[in-house]
Design a protein around this ligand. Sequence first.
Ligand code: VGL
Ligand code: ZN
Length: 208
Amino acid sequence: MTKALLLIDIQNGFCPGGNLPVADGDKVVPVANALMASGRYTLIVASQDWHPANHGSFASQHPGKAPFELGELSGQPQMMWPDHCVQGTSDAEFHPDLDTSAIDYVQRKGQDPAVDSYSAFRDNDRSALTGLHSYLQENGVSEVDIMGLATDYCVKFSVLDALDMLPDVTVRFIEDGSRGIDPEGVKAAIAEMKASGAEIVSSADIIV
Ligand code: VGL
Ligand code: ZN
């Protein structure tokens, strides 16, 4: 059994003080560190939202649009975000308390200015793959536990893609290791992940 822990976007930008802060986003850091130290995982993977400064998901690139309004990107509906996780800035760095020494593989995403990439596996239009799917397959992963930021966006899309793209793999969402942007969105995201076949677990179920 090759078990992977997938840490989604535990970056300064999504923590208090960041450009797209998630309430209590930093609270997931000790959960991630404890799981990494548990010795339960063969592979530790972390994703990193990694946008160019002119990324098309930024409201700043759409005259007249404000952050958190619905806009369009390449003809598709797109939430307009504040500028966040720009490549090479401190906003894009992992949270300083995250123990990055245990991370085996970092998957960056969101580099194409013309499409957003919530999932760590592929762009929102499902065309370009990031490489994470191949990495997990090459390593013969049989179980993926997923947690991080934000539950209602990048965590949810990563869980749904893991279920879709790794059909024989057990996919679990770690609830206490995740925080979301919108409380109603979080409830809906958990219901959708569950209905799609993900197990909903807590870190206490894993570290016994
Ligand atoms: C995310 C919105 C925009 C996330 C990334 O990590 O959940 N959300 N970019
Ligand atoms: Zn982003």
